[in-house]
Design a binder for this molecule. Structure first.
Ligand code: ADP
Ligand code: XUL
Length: 523
């Protein structure tokens, strides 16, 4: 038995998945929802609501408490001493700020107290800005201006200066809290922070997650001196080194051996971002497959044969944890937008699904821009859920139509915004919490005019982490792991039920609604 653990620290939950890498099956899995398990953090969806000026932060101590509950729960169904390798992934772009106590504290953490209470004194900033933060518009302009414009930022880092990316977030912290910035000795991503805690030592950032910072040069996958200088002073020494996804970051620390029964010496592969990890878990790390993930954010991504950047500036290039690069487009109005419409009509998911099956493709031209908080792709800051003819979402009376309009709007937007990747998929691999919904999957198939496939295993982020650990530590070929774990569930395949004309006019109208909303936006 070669048990391997994959961890997924996402926006709303912390999940674990254990695979038997030789037998090819899932041994155990569990998930801790931050809002439900840790209500005293007042973060019902995993982040602190109503931050000022577009700030969206989360408490890193909440992630640590969740990790402990997660491992306790996992230990009830799985003998953790049998785990032979570990890796993990985190929501991308979020950053954790640590003071001079950090490196000395990590190896000396004791089981008598919680992780959170021992790491708390190491935080030079009590909260971590996460990917939903839109507060850094000024800092993005400043960085772009300092290096010669957004075209330069994009050709260097794979993305224009983007509000949620870590570099602009760091600059804002430096500008508004210069003293706390000065006291910061280490800045980690969510992924590298958690990897360090598990290893009991400071660990590197991988090229998959590192590329989401506007600081990494995608030509050589090293920190870019010009971008560092444009972001904040003395930044280079505050960042950990960058490594490829094959790197072994360390082995499990004494705390986890003594408290949860892990075996001494269990190797931990460097963590990566949730999307790069999902690329691996979906069996899509070689070019040719397109993945749509319907999670808190919706993402559209693919491994790329060559690096291509988005001329419109909303798309990104990240390192592929198994080598090469990937393209990604992120939509911030994902699950929380679907939930906003569902909750507005007091529906549950079953009623939501019925609504989709009782309305027809194209929704009789009832269109919605399904943006309930600022959108990233395209950049739209106004909360402008519009009906055709610019009526506000509040005027929608008809729940069934509103629900179809929301999901169709999300898929049409995704199709239009991902055009720059020039991938015309015959098959789309669907993952994330909402992918289990057959009616949503059907709309994806209809709008993209592609076959949609799902795997019986929906947790592709944690699976990708476990596959990477099995590959890096146990030397198992990725193709062998894909053959065992990335099997499409034939019963859940969706084929388009309408032809390409069905959405022709809706796509055109949707496009002009987008243009109109962009003109009205404060960008
Ligand atoms: P993340 O990893 O970003 O935290 P997940 O991929 O786990 O998010 O997805 C969680 C989301 O899945 C929930 O917020 C919920 O909106 C959505 N979801 C769960 N069940 C359904 C369903 N039956 N239909 C549509 N969406 C669903
Ligand atoms: C990707 C992005 C989100 C987060 C959270 O650029 O911002 O997908 O990784 O899932």
């Amino acid at each position: 038995m070669s048990l391997v653990l994959g961890l997924d620290a996402s926006t709303q939950s912390f999940s674990a998945l254990v695979i038997d890498s030789q037998q090819g099956h899932i041994v155990a899995e569990c998930s801790i929802n931050f809002g439900q398990a840790l209500p005293h953090y007042n973060a019902p969806s995993g982040f602190i609501p109503n931050g000022p000026a577009g700030e969206v932060h989360a408490d890193p101590l909440m992630w640590l408490d969740a990790l402990e509950i997660l491992l306790d729960t996992l230990a009830q169904t799985c003998d953790l001493s049998q785990i032979t390798a570990i890796s993990g992934a985190g929501q991308q772009h979020g950053s954790v700020y640590l003071n001079e106590q950090w490196t000395a504290t990590l190896p000396s953490i004791q089981t008598q107290q919680s992780l959170a209470s021992q790491i708390a004194p190491c935080l030079s900033r009590s909260t971590a800005p996460i990917w939903m933060d839109t507060s850094t518009q000024a800092e993005c302009s400043e960085i772009a201006q300092a290096v010669g414009g957004d075209t330069v930022v994009c050709s260097k880092s794979g993305s224009i200066a983007i509000e949620r990316f870590t570099g602009p977030q760091i600059r804002r912290f430096y500008k508004y809290q210069p003293q706390a910035y000065q006291q910061t000795q280490r800045i980690h991503l969510v992924s590298s922070f958690l990897c360090s805690v598990l290893c009991g030592q400071d660990t590197p950032i991988d090229i998959g997650d590192g590329a989401g910072m506007n600081l990494l040069n995608i030509d050589n996958w090293q920190w870019d001196p010009q971008l560092l200088a444009a972001t904040a002073p003395e930044l280079r020494q505050k960042l950990p080194p960058v490594v490829s996804g094959h790197h072994i970051a360390g082995s499990i620390s004494r705390y986890f051996v003594e408290k949860f029964g892990f075996k001494w010496g269990t190797e931990i592969s460097v963590f990566t971002g949730d999307n790069p990890s999902s690329l691996v878990g979906m069996g899509a790390s070689q070019p040719g497959k397109v993945v749509i993930s319907l999670g808190t954010s919706d993402t559209f991504f693919a491994a790329m044969p060559t690096v291509a950047t988005d001329p419109a500036g909303c798309g990104h290039v990240f390192g592929n944890p198994l080598g090469g690069s990937m393209s990604l487009q992120c939509f911030s109005n994902g699950s929380l937008a679907r939930e906003a419409v569902k909750d507005r009509f007091n529906y549950d998911w079953e009623q939501f699904t019925t609504a989709l099956s009782q309305t027809s493709p194209g929704n009789e031209e009832n269109l919605m821009l399904p943006f309930f908080h600022p959108e990233i792709s395209p950049q739209i800051r106004l909360p402008a859920p519009l009906l055709q003819g610019s009526h506000a979402f509040e005027t929608w009376q008809e729940g069934q139509q509103a629900i179809r309009a929301c999901v169709e709007g999300q898929c049409m937007n995704m199709k239009l915004q991902s055009d720059w990747m020039h991938v015309q998929p015959d098959v789309i691999y669907l993952t994330g919490g909402a992918s289990q919904n057959n009616a949503i999957a059907q709309i994806v198939a209809d709008i993209f005019q592609a076959k949609v496939q799902r795997f019986s295993q929906s947790g592709s982020v944690a699976l990708g982490a476990a596959m990477r650990a099995a590959h890096n530590t146990l030397g198992i070929k990725i193709t062998d792991l894909e053959a065992k774990f990335c099997k499409a569930d034939s019963e859940s395949t969706c084929l388009p039920k309408v032809d390409s004309n069905a959405y022709k006019s809706a796509l055109k109208t949707f496009s002009s609604l987008l243009l109109c909303a962009r003109k009205n936006t404060t960008y």
